[in-house]
Design a protein around this ligand. Structure first.
Ligand code: TXE
Length: 486
């Protein structure tokens, strides 16, 4: 068996699945198969849930401070593998190595460190009454299913694992079958540091084989899911009848609103980054750019120049800014939207096929694409494309900008670019969304709530919101009989 045939991690052991059913993992940049993952089914899910259930009472009984020390040990060990994380993530997802290092490797380590500190600070809340004292203690929820997508594999998995185990839960991870490599590396790390067996388990496989049995499993108490909106609806339908605790981080169709009083140069740079980071495959990406009429032509000229100057190609080259899309199917979907845009009357201002060396000709490549001239309610302007394709639109008034921003089923994020912070805040408050950045984008503070409204999801994670989601508050009211008999 090749070393790139990954195994499930259950009860502290790397285990072979029961069948010889494997799924191929492809390198997005070249289209070549380079690894296999088990195509696990309900049997593997049952084993992993049983391991997590068995480990939960003793893990949950440890103090916050002891569990925080474990998170720090995992962070230390992951930090030593920083370059491996970046290289694996770049190969597995097709993203540029510089981005994989600065974003994926950095945040994966930072997530464990951040939650170690936050969990360690957890105390018991007290509310005094005239004749009694209430204390609120945080108890673990139990066994958690953590399901993650392919765009930021370890970044998002660590964002869930750290607070979940930090609060005393035990977990089963189900990473995307398209990008399993760094989840495997996390299991190796956890094994190396000697985390008690069964606290973290991992089942590889697809949504139907492994994801669905996990979300409907009667012994799973909590589901944290990040992925597409259609899949999120299936997860909710499976988990809700059993009243599992549920958090859904789904898609987005975020607006970048550009006012005439912005700093044009910085805004062009920021809006370009917001549109195309990770090839536009981030749920927070600003894929609809709304521009105030009086600067429309100047902005568009600068923006198209900026987009055309981005270097696309070999993800392992340090100077690459745009890599490959995740899969051939996804490329087809994204290209399909460009055809739809043309049918809807849109004009492609830049984009088309990138010109790349021969070794990449079977990869999933697409040049960054900017589309103008579409109505604000067209499909390309309202549906999530999740690729390097943006639409641009004009507005004349603040209210018009807000109305266009809200003209979608999604409500995850957004950005406003203006020299007037009062206006920035006012416009931000008008948008039905979970997060808005003013004069910046993806400027993350791990303490703040992360999540969306409408079809972008249910619930918030991040900082104390994560700790709240991954725990159950128990209120105990203590009244001493000695003080009074009333
Ligand atoms: O994600 P899926 P896909 C959006 C984006 C993209 C679309 C589909 O628009 O084009 O979603 O992407 C597991 N029960 N986002 O198909 O299917 C699956 O195995 C339980 C936005 O790749 O949502 C994987 O581990 N689990 C997003 C995870 O769900 C199931 C990031 C996500 O896969 C399941 C990625 C089921 N029935 C895509 N079916 C974001 N919010 O950032 C699948 N899975």
């Amino acid at each position: 068996m090749s070393s790139n045939n990954l195994m499930n991690y259950i009860a502290g052991e790397f285990v072979r699945q029961s069948s010889e059913d494997w799924m191929d993992v492809f390198e997005p940049a070249t289209g070549k198969q380079f690894a296999k993952v088990p195509h696990s089914g309900p049997q593997e899910v049952d084993q992993a849930v049983a391991a997590a259930r068995a480990a939960q009472p003793s893990w949950g009984a440890l103090t916050h401070s002891v569990r925080a020390d474990w998170l720090d040990r995992i962070a230390d060990s992951l930090e030593a593998k920083y370059e491996d994380i970046a290289a694996l993530e770049s190969r597995d997802t097709g993203k540029p190595i510089a981005l994989a290092r600065a974003v994926d490797a950095y945040r994966s380590v930072a997530n464990f460190r951040f939650f170690a500190d936050l969990v360690r600070e957890q105390g018991v809340e007290r509310f005094e009454m005239s004749d009694a004292t209430n204390i609120v203690v945080s108890k673990p929820v139990g066994v958690a299913a953590l399901i993650t997508p392919w765009n930021l594999p370890l970044y998002l998995l660590s964002w869930k694992v750290a607070p979940a185990i930090g609060m005393g839960n035990t977990v089963i991870c189900k990473p995307s079958e398209l990008t399993p490599m760094t989840a495997n590396l996390l299991m190796e790390t956890i094994h190396e540091v000697g985390l008690p067996s069964g606290v973290v388990n991992l089942v590889h496989g697809d949504g139907v084989g492994a994801g669905a049995p996990l979300t409907s499993h009667p012994d799973v108490d909590l589901v944290s899911f990040t992925g597409g909106t259609a899949t999120g609806a299936k997860v909710a339908a499976a988990a809700s009848p059993q009243f599992k605790k549920l958090s859904l981080e789904l898609g987005g169709k975020n607006a970048s609103i550009v006012f005439a009083d912005c700093d044009l140069e910085k805004t062009v740079e920021g809006v370009t980054r917001a549109a195309f980071l990770n090839q536009g495959q981030v749920c927070l990406c600003g894929s609809r750019i709304l521009i105030e009429d009086s600067i429309y032509d100047d902005f568009v000229e600068g923006f198209v120049d900026s987009v055309e100057s981005m270097k696309i190609g070999d993800p392992s080259d340090e100077s690459t800014q745009l890599g490959a899309l995740i899969s051939a199917e996804h490329l087809q979907k994204v290209e399909g939207y460009v055809s739809i845009a043309r049918e809807e009357g849109g004009e492609v201002l830049t984009g088309g096929s990138p010109c790349l060396p021969k070794e990449f000709e079977n990869g999933n490549w697409m040049a960054p694409t900017v589309i103008g001239g579409l109505p604000v309610d067209s499909r390309c302007s309202t549906e999530e494309i999740f690729g390097p394709v943006v639409t641009i639109h004009r507005f004349e008034t603040e209210q018009q900008a807000v109305d266009i921003a809200n003209n979608t089923r999604y409500g995850l994020a957004g950005s406003v670019w203006t020299g007037d912070l009062e206006k920035g805040r006012r416009v931000a408050e008008g948008i039905d969304t979970g997060m808005v950045w003013v004069n910046t984008w993806l400027h993350r503070d791990l303490r703040v709530p992360f999540g969306g409204v409408k079809d972008s999801g249910v619930g918030r994670e991040g900082g104390r919101w994560s700790l709240g989601f991954f725990s159950e508050p128990l209120n105990i009211c203590l009244k001493s009989n000695k003080i009074s008999n009333t």
